[in-house]
Design a protein around this ligand. Structure first.
Ligand SMILES: Cc1cc2nc3c(=O)[nH]c(=O)nc-3n(C[C@H](O)[C@H](O)[C@H](O)COP(=O)(O)OP(=O)(O)OC[C@H]3O[C@@H](n4cnc5c(N)ncnc54)[C@H](O)[C@@H]3O)c2cc1C
Length: 498
């Protein structure tokens, strides 16, 4: 059995974990980056962004089922990467920085030190490392969608700096041509012996079973291959589902629930697993009169952000690509076609709150994931209904109208708010952006799990840095924000006294 000691352990080599581990190693700290999945650094299905659909549901995807959703679709799965790079190795690389207002909301929710001005330098570092590229819109159907959205009154915007703006335009990506630029690829793999690589041990295929504690310190982790210890900070980066799962398995969470599962509570922290948020989405699709030219990278090429009421910040996001994505609509009995395109309206600031909890004390069991989609008194579904109507309005404008043969799903018969809401929820899915299940904040009583500098409330040297710490969702695709959190966490670990 191995028994090793490092300065730091980083648990989970995903979008955030790769950033944290690279920055600590570059600063000369001895780091173990412990990852449940394999390395796969030569895997073309990962490196070539156009092959991302091949990864979904495969051996590198945890492929989580969700609990039955009384007011939404329960039949879809939540992909999560089980591989170096984590979910950043199977995502579609759309790269956005949220509006400043999102960070005002974080500060108001107890995120002291998280104003837009304070996070800006860390986004700059992320962008300088990952690089950005805009979709080129050489696909005439995507270009027609942008022009039609302009004709419907939306401003055409340039997302070159990745900042969210109300309007429509080609999406920014962390990619180079068809090559993915995940944090694993951009931060970790280039580390040489001289630039930090010598200080970094990547330990793949070592799922952490639980954390080990002594007094008010985390001292190491248990794996099937033995225990691994740290003299300094331990940073948990296992993502929005696994970070709460691992804390709960280690005895950190609501004490009564842990006891009921036979887990001895170490720290009663009721917020662990609560506050789960997502971007719920629905879909609308049209058959075209002729096949659109293929979209080699098979990603959503156009992004749209819209305010539903004048004077308000955008509440609606849409992705559009020149492909017919009709899986859930077909499952629900709606017609399909050989060719066409789809648009996916989704809710930027969903009000529904879900929960991650344990099914059992067995670390190999999947956690119980209940999003409680559309259980917020009707606000989230109303955004989707408005999104379906706006998508139709855009489809009625030239030059897009000229492409369209017919609306396939839901179809022109579906018009009333009630009918559109029923449809939107029936075929609903997710943009796969779970966040918030170990939120940052000042007060444990208000559900905070980590303090604003990402240290677990009650344990001196245990940090959490990943999508789980968002106190509130951001109104954009979250991957750049997760990487930004990794940058900030590394800075605090290096500057702080663990
Ligand atoms: C299909 C899909 C498309 C997406 N597209 C986009 C997009 O275009 N743009 C965007 O911004 N966002 C996108 N996202 C979301 C984005 O990729 C995630 O928000 C982000 O990757 C989350 O990063 P993370 O560091 O929190 O977790 P992850 O990247 O999931 O990393 C967690 C890591 O921890 C490891 N781990 C878990 N448990 C353990 C354990 N017990 N021991 C050791 N290791 C463990 C996992 O194997 C994984 O490698 C997409 C997501 C999906 C699923």
């Amino acid at each position: 059995m191995e028994r090793r000691t490092y300065d730091h352990l980083v648990i989970g080599a995903g979008s955030a974990g790769c950033v944290v581990a690279a920055r600590l190693a570059q600063a000369g700290r001895r780091v173990a980056l412990i990852e449940a999945g394999p390395l796969e650094e030569q895997n073309e299905d990962i490196l070539n962004l156009g092959r991302w659909p091949e990864l979904i549901g495969g051996p590198l995807d945890y492929d989580f089922a969700i609990e039955p959703q009384p007011r939404g679709n329960s039949a879809f799965r939540h992909p999560r990467g089980r591989v170096l790079g984590g979910t950043g190795s199977l995502n579609t690389c759309i790269a956005f920085i949220p509006a400043d207002g999102d960070f005002q909301r974080w500060v108001a929710a107890g995120g002291v030190g998280w104003s837009a001005a304070e996070v800006a330098p860390h986004y700059e570092r992320v962008l300088a490392t990952l690089g950005l590229e805009l979709a080129d819109l050489d696909n005439p159907l995507s270009a027609a969608f942008v022009s039609a959205a302009e004709a419907a009154g939306l401003p055409r915007v340039d997302f070159a700096g990745a900042k969210m703006q109300p309007g429509v335009g080609p999406a920014p990506f962390n990619r180079q041509g068809d090559r993915r630029r995940s944090t694993a690829i951009a931060y970790l793999l280039p580390l040489s012996r001289w630039s930090g690589g010598a200080h970094l041990h990547i330990l793949p295929e070592r799922p952490v079973l639980r954390l080990l504690f002594e007094g008010d310190r985390a001292i190491g982790v248990a794996t099937h291959a033995g225990e691994i210890f740290a003299e300094g900070a331990i940073i948990l980066c296992a993502g929005a589902f696994h970070t709460p799962q691992l804390l709960l398995l280690s005895g950190i969470g609501p004490a009564d629930e842990l006891q009921a599962l036979g887990i001895r509570p170490y720290l009663d922290l009721p917020g662990v697993g609560e506050n789960l948020q997502d971007h719920p989405e629905t879909t609308i699709g049209w058959q075209t009169k002729r096949p659109p030219p293929p979209n080699a990278i098979r990603v959503w090429e156009v992004v749209l952000f819209a305010a539903l009421d004048e004077g308000l910040a955008p509440q609606l996001m849409m992705h559009m690509g020149p492909n017919l994505v009709d899986g859930y609509a077909r499952q629900a009995g709606f017609p399909s076609a050989e060719w066409g395109f789809s648009v996916t309206p989704n809710v930027m600031q969903a009000q529904s709150r879900g929960r991650v909890s344990l099914r059992s004390a067995d670390p190999a069991a999947a956690p119980k994931i209940d999003f409680r989609y559309f259980q917020d008194g009707g606000r989230d579904e109303a955004v989707l209904v408005d999104g379906l109507r706006l998508a139709r309005e855009i489809a009625a404008q030239e030059p897009l109208r000229e492409w369209i043969d017919r609306e396939l799903f839901p179809g022109p018969k579906w018009q009333s708010d009630a009918a559109l809401s029923r449809y939107a929820r029936q075929v609903s899915a997710s943009v796969y952006h779970p966040v918030g299940s170990c939120r940052l904040g000042l007060s444990v009583e208000e559900g905070a799990v980590v303090d604003p500098q990402l240290r677990l409330h009650g344990l001196a040297n245990l940090y959490v840095a990943d999508a789980s710490v968002f106190p509130l969702h951001v109104g954009v695709n979250p991957n750049l924000t997760v990487a930004m959190i990794g940058e900030r966490c590394a800075e605090w670990v290096l500057g702080g006294v663990p």
